[in-house]
Design a protein. Structure first.
Length: 381
């Protein structure tokens, strides 16, 4: 792989915006961010225009490119999802398997391990969203498969060692001792599809839970005498929380209030994307139910939201143009925050020496022109 210098674009290095500099890449890693007029000999110059930022990391991707992970639990299925989202700046992702039976869950875990071994571009591990959730807050998750966690589940989840594994569960449905066991095995545990009160959340946090999945969604609303999981999350500056910023799942007002309450540093953008992202299709089937795309969101025939029609570049644009966040904050929520949540901030989420060359090039409208994964480019620029 040739040593190259990306020149001409503004750079967001994960902390600040830099003008007049070049990103030096060699063997898939960042060598330096150097002044454009002092690029070392031996680095091929590749001029571009726009903004180079750390590639986006999406911790919740159910599907894309016509593929739903629950239906295509294969290396090829995962690769297709990653390729679809790469067009929108996602250079790191967790394919997300929602509540289903144990046999299919085992197939999904095995597929993710095989895909990691095969080097599927951008793959970081797997996210199991359920089935250990509160049935009263299941959303579109199939109630037939919602169940308590048992020893076989722990063995399956703890046995995944090919990358990061994130599990979304309802703390009121899983004993803290079980959460401790998962965390001790390297599992990242997040609260979601839950009605847990602050005491239950506090017990889960003490056991090792570190995140909240799609804050506000599949949770009771914050109330004066019943703060619930939303209140617990907003009261805890040390946890991480993901947000679906499609402006259908959560209003712009609620999103602004949440971010103002605890800052954007540990808030993460996720898509919760379904199979239609990256396609022209207007419907698909989710666990036997018809899901329809209309006006930028996905619903069941009864009108229940069913994942999203969102991509990460649109989430970043919405954060800037609709929520009024600084560009640096939106980009951090799309890369730096999720990399830290996953414990990968030593190699992803920044443009700095030694970091993987996972990058996105954005034009002035924050539309993706090009991406790099481990220094390998794809895109129109």
């Amino acid at each position: 792989m040739e040593a190259e210098a990306l020149t001409g674009a503004r750079i967001f290095d994960g902390k600040s915006l830099i003008d007049g500099a070049a990103v030096l890449i060699e063997n898939g890693r960042i060598v330096a961010v150097a002044p454009s007029n002092s690029v070392p000999a031996g680095f091929a110059r590749h001029p571009s225009a726009g903004l180079i930022a750390p590639g986006f990391i999406d911790c919740q991707v159910n599907g894309g490119g016509g593929v739903l992970f629950n239906d295509e639990r294969t290396v090829d299925g995962i690769a297709a999802i990653g390729a679809a989202h790469r067009r929108f700046g996602t250079t790191g992702f967790l394919p997300t398997f929602i509540t289903d039976d144990r046999a299919r869950m085992a197939e999904a875990v095995a597929a993710a391990a095989d895909a990691m071994a095969a080097g599927v571009p951008g793959l970081l591990g797997i996210h199991l969203e359920g089935p250990f959730i509160n049935p009263d807050r299941r959303g579109v998750h199939d109630p037939r498969f919602v169940r308590p966690i048992d020893e076989a589940d722990v063995a399956l989840i703890a046995g995944f060692d090919a990358g990061r594994i994130l599990v979304t569960l309802a703390p009121e449905m899983v004993p803290p001792a079980m959460i401790t066991r998962l965390v001790a095995a390297g599992v990242i545990v997040s609260a979601g599809h839950t009605v847990a009160d602050p005491d239950a959340i506090a017990a889960a946090r003490a056991a090792g839970l570190t995140g909240f999945t799609h804050l506000f969604n599949a949770m009771p609303p914050l109330a004066g005498r019943a703060p619930g999981p939303v209140g617990a999350a907003l009261d805890d500056p040390d946890c991480w929380a993901s947000l679906i910023v499609d402006l259908h799942h959560v209003s712009a007002v609620s999103l602004r209030v949440a971010i103002a309450a605890r800052g954007w540093q540990r808030m993460m953008l996720v898509t919760d994307a379904m199979a239609l992202v990256g396609t022209e299709a207007n419907a698909f089937t989710l666990l036997g139910r018809r899901i329809t795309r209309r006006d930028g969101h996905l619903t069941t025939e009864e009108g229940t939201l069913a994942g999203s029609d969102l991509d990460m570049a649109t989430a970043v644009r919405n954060a800037v143009t609709r929520l009024g966040l600084p560009l640096e904050a939106a980009l951090h929520m799309a890369s730096g925050a999720p990399s830290a949540f996953l414990g990968l901030d030593h190699e992803l989420g920044r443009i700095a020496p030694g970091y993987r060359a996972n990058l996105v090039l954005l034009d002035d409208s924050l539309t993706v022109s090009k991406t790099w994964i481990d220094g390998i480019a794809a895109g129109r620029a």
